[in-house]
Design a protein around this ligand. Structure first.
Ligand SMILES: *Cc1c(COP(=O)(O)O)cnc(C)c1O
Length: 428
């Protein structure tokens, strides 16, 4: 039975591509994040293939999953990158990403981060406030450079998703409100060390409907019309990311047809109003590229059946996979052996000292201590949100390529947990 692309039971045992997950657990231990190279490549190609024949660039949102090998594979497939910190910038460079295809988003870029990004020659700064325009202009002046900028516009459309991941409404911290956009562009055009190149938005994450995304694109194109009346030329339009994935068989936006619809809509608008001068189109997908290409592998430590609830305590926890605790996210949990009889209802929890440390609730599973479990659709915002809470070392990560397992992050040794810490010179 196929559970996700390239994740299936074969002869009753859970496999990712041609590798049994049991083999991975034996060799690398648990908890371990496991990715499929084929699923990851297909996730990216869904965008890239739909862009073929257009002037378009797919900038993978690094924060979704930022392991160097994942970035390297995506760069190899032609991806650009959407970054939000100096750390992500250095990751992309270390993975061989092309600086010219990097765009830098985020509301709080420091002067040092702006300076470093300018120094390596990134493609565009997605600026989110008037203050940031001035800071970037000053940084560029000191570097004797001109910084390419796009303004992140908050189009005030409701993406209909979880409030923590809605970013395009009026009352969020993100972007420049659309009613202030003209003033912000005039300011950007006036500043001598900035070069206006684009316009962007990103309205939220895990979006299951395309209409809000299309509405946002229409607001941006309307704004470009007004900018062009003032001789402020825009060379690219960046529609952001946000397309959701099926965690629980939800109906999702089909990436290929969505991308083609956006490209056609933008091309039609250009033809109608501007006699054909084309605009480059950028996409910033994260979750929809990697989400279903990864799983978290864990082992059952203890079973604790109770009067009210049955608890299965596993060796992964909220520090490894935060999404359930953070936004009550639902991850499908599947056992290593297919379809055992004698199921009970279990809450699958971690060992951390928080009642919020749960990974899955009220799941019908047949479990024994020592069993392996896989938490599916954990490729995005899984490892990249992991922490050391309770002094737990970060999990290992492996990438499966047909019948080969590549370790792409070694399990963190305990000594690394406090390697940067220092004792006091206690003399009394
Ligand atoms: C997080 C983020 C993305 C990616 O969002 P997904 O929902 O993972 O596709 C894209 N652009 C910006 C600015 C982001 O902050």
């Amino acid at each position: 039975m196929m559970l996700r692309p390239h994740i299936a039971y074969r002869l009753g045992q859970l496999h990712i591509e041609e590798v049994a997950l049991e083999r991975i657990a034996r060799r690398y231990g648990t908890p371990t994040y496991v990715y499929s190279r084929a699923a990851l490549s297909e996730g990216f190609r869904a965008y890239a293939d739909a862009c073929r024949g257009h002037d378009a660039l797919v900038c993978y949102a690094v924060k979704a999953s930022s392991n160097l090998a994942i970035l390297q594979l995506l760069a190899h497939l032609g991806a650009g990158f959407d970054i939000v910190s100096a750390g992500e910038l250095e990751r992309v460079l270390a993975a061989g990403g092309d600086p010219a295809k990097i765009i830098f988003s985020g509301v709080g870029k420091t002067a040092a981060e702006l300076g470093r990004a300018l120094e390596v020659g990134i493609g565009c700064f997605n600026v989110e406030s008037f203050s940031e325009l001035h800071r970037l202009d000053a940084v560029a002046r000191d570097a004797r450079a001109r910084a390419p900028v796009s303004l992140r516009i908050n189009p005030d459309v409701d993406p209909k998703t979880h409030p923590y991941i809605a970013t395009g409404l009026k009352d969020t911290k993100f972007g420049i409100p659309i009613e202030d956009a003209l003033a912000a562009y005039r300011e950007a055009a006036r500043l001598p060390h900035l070069e206006v190149v684009g316009i962007d938005c990103h309205i939220g994450s895990q979006l299951l409907e395309e209409e809000p995304l299309i509405a946002a694109v229409d607001r941006l194109t309307g704004l470009v019309d007004r900018l062009e009346l003032e001789q402020i030329a825009i060379r690219h339009i960046d529609v952001g990311g946000g397309i959701g994935i099926a965690y629980q068989a939800e109906e999702t936006v089909a990436v290929g047809s969505f991308v083609k619809r956006v490209l056609a809509r933008i091309a039609d608008w250009r033809r109608a109003r501007h006699g054909g001068s084309p605009l480059r189109v950028l996409f910033e997908p994260g979750r929809s590229v990697v989400g279903n290409a990864g799983l978290l592998l864990a082992r059952v430590e203890y079973l604790k059946p109770g009067h009210e609830k049955n608890y299965a305590i596993v060796d992964a926890a909220m520090n490894d996979l935060l999404r359930p605790s953070l936004y009550e996210a639902w991850h499908e949990v599947v056992p290593f052996q297919e379809g055992q009889a004698g199921a009970k209802r279990w809450d699958v929890v971690g060992p951390i000292c928080e009642s919020g440390d749960w990974l899955a609730r009220d799941r019908e599973l047949s479990l024994a201590e020592g069993d392996l479990l896989a938490f599916l659709s954990a490729g995005a915002y899984g490892m990249s949100m992991a922490s050391h809470y309770n002094s737990r070392p970060l999990a290992a990560e492996v990438m499966v390529d047909r019948d080969t397992i590549h370790e792409i992050r070694a399990r963190e040794p305990i000594s690394a947990l406090f390697a940067q810490e220092k004792l006091l010179p206690l003399t009394r």
